[in-house]
Ligand binder design. Structure first.
Ligand code: ZN
Length: 63
């Protein structure tokens, strides 16, 4: 476990560009953001449950 919640680079599921994923340890949330298409997803790091999701233009495949 890292003491700092440094953002990880992840591939955006919406547009395929590089976004970032940040862990919010205080609230056990994971926030994934993409600066290219304004994709946003907030999910619980314990249960994987999606708290909030916003994907402009396209819907997530398989949902
Ligand atoms: Zn994107």
């Amino acid at each position: 476990m890292t003491p700092m919640s440094a953002p990880q680079t992840v591939r955006c599921p919406n547009c395929g560009n590089i976004g970032e994923r940040r862990y919010l340890h205080s609230s056990n949330l994971v926030r994934t953001q993409c600066p290219h298409c304004d994709y946003l997803m907030v999910s619980c790091s314990e249960t994987g449950r999606v708290i909030e999701a916003y994907s402009p233009g396209l819907y997530l495949p398989g949902m």
